[in-house]
Design a protein around this ligand. Structure first.
Ligand code: NPW
Ligand code: ADP
Ligand code: K
Length: 500
């Protein structure tokens, strides 16, 4: 009976989540990232059932547990700001002292009278020190409970100088000075070795340069109910399996149902299109064609599995089964101008890469499905980043109507409707020529298999990263990456949980 009730409740919740909000099916709520503003809404909603004092106690307890788990008793200075972040800090001070650790507090600003933080401060009966510079230098651990993710302006110079002197920093919620939405540094931010945040991570935990400041990031449950998320229009997710599902091989499959990938092959730089094709073949595309713009010999000799077109593009596009096209890898701007408009006019789903980003003509990209620039290419087409890269990528997605994959160590996958996935599942091993062409082939395969644009791009970026990880301590070239794609695809079915 209980189980039936539980399943009913779970189904209702899933239904609400899928129906009411801009969110993908099979949503794993662990992957939701909340902006600081959304977190405030969640806090307010949570406070209706659990008093903020209790949430603060839970948050401080969670941080304390993580410290006790990882460190041996040592001298700790807790720097407490004026807001709730500071309130958490006072709780940590009390609980660590209770556990027998030598603790003192440095108060940076005074909590407002009557606030929850003031209540927490009043519970602290231990030592509060004045000469913070000296204590910061002496302390074995400094707990940064100065500001949370919603810092509104640059960090005060005095606070920055203080944090600079700390040897080892543990951050409550986020290292002070990092913008929780954009990951940008507001003046200065310390490099923490452990960051403990609550309920759900914020985009700034994963976006660079903020990500580099987190150390080990742990997200702790502090008894806020998951359903408080459902009232919010979620826009950010961490890119991990569970955000998307990749199609399985089905009994009724045949090669066109699994998906046809077609690639424009340049006449001069032929390696790029071959790498895209190699990736698509290893990803398990139903069939892969290259349409050469010059001599087709090099493509014909490439792989027995590759089909090389002999007919002109105008004829080939008549084949309705060949819906997905890659245009750009290895192409000159002249070759792009000769082919891209034809593909768009024919209503093909085009993944535009590399060669298409040689001009600032945004109009040329309108009608493409997915564009995959790295930062240099992005700026060439869309201009300098004025605010932050997420806003810039969102504007680019709106202008072109395409999903924007802004490649880098924190690749963003941004849909024209504003959805943003942040990928951290990648390493610098991917920084090798042709790696982007490989990614394009992966995206094309997933798009051709029927996945929607944003989900295809998200899954592909994750698998590309996984292929890099599978190269295990070696320095892969793009061909080696492509060779790992079958395994990467298998691994993508494993739903990973965020470590807590
Ligand atoms: N559910 C949860 O997640 C829970 C979260 N909890 C915790 O709450 C934290 C968020 O708390 P918070 O909103 O009070 O923000 P926080 O950063 O502590 O202080 C803001 C204060 O700083 C000030 N201020 C801002 N910028 C400044 C600057 N540059 N220079 C100087 N001052 C500046 C600002 O002043 P104002 O702008 O208002 O004038 C205001 O007084 C969160 O990080 C987590 O630790 C738990 O306790 C409970 C459950
Ligand atoms: N330091 C890094 N960490 C993680 N991923 C990276 C890093 N450097 C590059 N990459 C990834 O490698 C790929 C490089 O693509 P791109 O710059 O287009 O290279 P190419 O044009 O040579 O194929 C992108 O997917 C990018 O996200
Ligand atoms: K902090």
């Amino acid at each position: 009976m209980c189980r039936v009730l539980f399943l009913f409740l779970q189904c209702s919740i899933n239904f609400m989540f899928y129906k009411g909000h801009n969110i993908v099916k099979n949503q794993n709520t662990d992957l939701v990232l909340l902006t600081p503003l959304q977190m405030q809404i969640v806090d307010k909603a949570a406070a209706k059932t659990i008093p903020v004092k209790q949430l603060m106690e839970n948050a401080g307890w969670a941080v304390t547990q993580e410290i006790l788990k990882r460190y041996k008793p040592c001298s700790v200075l807790i720097l407490c700001g004026p807001g709730n972040n500071g309130g958490d800090g006072y709780v940590v001070a009390r609980l660590l002292a209770k556990a027998g650790w030598p603790v003192c507090v440095g108060a940076i600003g005074k909590p407002k009278a009557g606030s929850d933080a003031e209540y927490a401060a009043r519970q602290w009966c231990g030592k509060t020190v004045e000469n913070l510079e000296a204590y910061v230098e002496k302390a074995s651990l400094v707990v940064d409970a100065i500001f949370g993710a919603g810092l509104t302006s640059n960090l005060d110079c005095r606070i920055a100088d203080l944090l600079r002197k700390a040897k080892r920093v543990i951050a409550v919620d986020i290292p002070s000075g990092i913008d929780g939405e954009t990951g940008q540094i507001k003046g200065y931010a310390p490099y923490a070795e452990l960051t403990v945040s609550f309920f759900r991570a914020k985009p700034g935990h994963y976006l660079l340069p903020g990500r580099e400041h987190m150390g080990v990031l742990v997200i702790k449950d502090i008894s806020i109910l998951t359903n408080t998320i459902f009232t919010i229009d979620i826009k950010y997710w961490l890119n991990e399996p569970g955000l998307w599902e990749i199609p399985r091989a089905e009994i009724e499959d045949y090669k066109y149902r699994r998906g046809a990938v077609s690639i424009i092959g340049g006449s001069q730089m032929t390696g790029a299109a071959r790498l895209s094709a190699h990736a698509a073949l290893n990803m398990g595309a139903g069939l892969v064609h290259i349409l050469p713009l010059g001599n087709n010999e090099i493509y014909s000799n490439f792989s027995a599995c590759l089909i090389v077109d002999n007919d002109p593009l105008e004829d080939v596009i008549q084949d309705k089964r060949r819906k997905v096209w890659v245009c750009g890898p290895g192409l000159s701007i002249k070759e792009v101008r000769r082919t891209l408009p034809i593909l768009i006019a024919a209503g093909k789903k085009v993944i535009a890469d590399a060669g298409v980003f040689q001009t600032d003509q945004i109009d040329m990209l309108k009608g493409t499905s997915i564009i995959t620039p790295h930062m240099g290419e992005f700026k060439r087409v869309f201009g300098e980043i004025i605010e932050d890269k997420v806003s810039a990528a969102r504007q680019a997605a709106v202008k072109t109507g395409a999903v924007v994959v802004l490649k880098g160590a924190d690749t963003l996958i941004v849909a024209p409707d504003g959805r943003v996935a942040i990928n951290q599942h990648a390493s610098a091993r991917l920084a090798t020529a042709g790696s982007g062409d490989t990614l394009t082939g992966i995206i094309a395969t997933l798009l051709a298999s029927g996945m929607p644009e944003w989900e295809s791009a998200c899954a592909a970026v994750w698998m590309h990263g996984e292929a890099g990880y599978l190269c295990d301590h070696s320095w892969p070239n793009a061909e080696m990456l492509a060779n790992n794609l079958g395994k990467a695809r298998d691994n993508a079915k494993i739903i990973k949980k965020i470590d807590n």
